[in-house]
Ligand binder design. Structure first.
Ligand SMILES: *[C@@H]1O[C@H](CO)[C@@H](O)[C@H](O)[C@H]1NC(C)=O
Ligand SMILES: *[C@@H]1O[C@H](CO)[C@@H](O)[C@H](O)[C@H]1NC(C)=O
Ligand SMILES: [Cu+2]
Length: 336
């Protein structure tokens, strides 16, 4: 676990630049009335893509639920909760479980508070990593139909950080403000890291992480026989798919605290969640109950299915057990 946690965002080397089984019947309380199908961004219709972006823009306008917090909008409220809980939900056994439920709450907010009707999208970056085109040409970065492009050099300066609160070990990745697409005028009040500064959406697309995101590496990640090995592959230093998906976007996506400033954060994490899901479906009998890792960073207590996870300002606590099977509430989704 030591090695594992050392593979964190804090160590971005500054010198380097299914065969799907039917849902099993369980406790009646967890039964779903409907299973929502999540799709790759490119599989959404043009209207669905527009609708999704409108939904995110809506979250960025409507007020936070909690008036005494640091968030000024509902979108920032999700980011604020992630910042607040960062040290409790990364490099721990419930890392994937917590982020699965974060995605559930984000999708619920998009639908119920902002009227989004389409499928929740994920970003299968292996499509881009396998292709011969520059990553910046991915449809996800499309200035019109996607989430906008790369940061523009010279448009962003990192704030002073006397108390080392910004969690920015590699300033070069903060190339500049995104100046195309639906979020070009976005103004955030949170980040980088635990700082609270008013700033743009910062990116710095970085090709060097491409190999880790190729489908061959996803296959290797899936070719693990228990959760401990799976999680170690997902979070490994140079070729883990978790970090690499953050680093190819660059900018604030490389910040373990404030990464959720970028709407792509949720599509990247949905893809990680999908890969976990695919791994689970390959052996539901064993893997719907397989979890491993400490309850706290470097801790000695093992996480269990009864471990309680909290989501301040976003929704009720859930136990790890409750998110293990996506075909049960509160999840009620599958991936296509
Ligand atoms: C999966 O892993 C096993 C053991 O680590 C290895 O022998 C096998 O070749 C791998 N399969 C694939 C398809 O990579
Ligand atoms: C965990 O261990 C690592 C490596 O020794 C250390 O850098 C880090 O600060 C520790 N984290 C906590 C929360 O104790
Ligand atoms: Cu996170």
């Amino acid at each position: 676990m030591l090695a594992l946690r050392a593979f964190g965002f804090a160590l971005i080397a500054p010198l380097l630049s299914i065969a799907l089984a039917g849902p099993t019947k369980r406790a009646a309380t967890a039964t779903c009335t409907e299973i929502q199908v999540r799709k790759e961004w490119r599989a959404l219709t043009a209207d669905e893509r527009t609708g999704y972006i409108q939904g995110v823009l809506c979250l960025q306008k409507i007020p936070a639920h909690e008036t005494n917090g640091i968030a000024t909008t509902r979108f920032e409220e999700f980011q604020a909760t992630h910042i607040k809980l960062t040290d409790r939900v990364h490099f721990v056994g419930h890392f994937l479980a917590w982020h699965r439920q974060l995605g559930n709450y984000y999708g619920k907010a998009l639908r119920e508070e902002c009227g989004y009707k389409g499928p929740l999208p994920y970003w299968d970056w292996s499509i881009d990593a396998d292709s011969s085109k520059p990553l910046a040409q991915s449809p996800l970065f499309d200035p019109v139909t996607g989430f906008g492009g790369d940061g523009v050099p010279g448009t962003y300066t990192l704030p002073p950080d006397p108390n080392n609160e910004s969690a920015v070990p590699s300033p070069f990745s903060y190339k500049g403000c995104v100046q195309t697409g639906p979020f070009k005028d976005y103004v955030s009040h949170l980040g980088p890291g635990k700082l609270r500064t008013t700033h743009c959406l910062v990116r710095g697309i970085e090709e060097m992480w491409r190999p880790a995101l190729r489908s061959s590496n996803v296959r290797n990640t899936l070719n693990t026989s228990n959760y401990r090995a799976f999680d170690a592959a997902v979070n490994s230093l140079m070729n883990g798919i978790h970090g690499s998906g953050h680093f190819i976007v660059g900018g604030e996506m490389t910040n373990v605290y404030s990464a959720a400033i970028d709407p792509l954060f949720y599509l990247h994490h949905a893809n990680l969640d999908r890969i976990w899901w695919v791994w689970q479906q390959a052996d539901r009998q064993k893997r719907l109950t397989d979890i491993w890792g400490p309850t706290t960073q470097n801790g000695t207590t093992q996480v269990t299915l009864d471990f309680d996870m909290d989501f301040p300002a976003l929704g009720p606590n859930v136990k790890v057990r409750e998110v293990m099977d996506s075909f049960e509430a509160p999840g009620c989704f599958m991936y296509q």
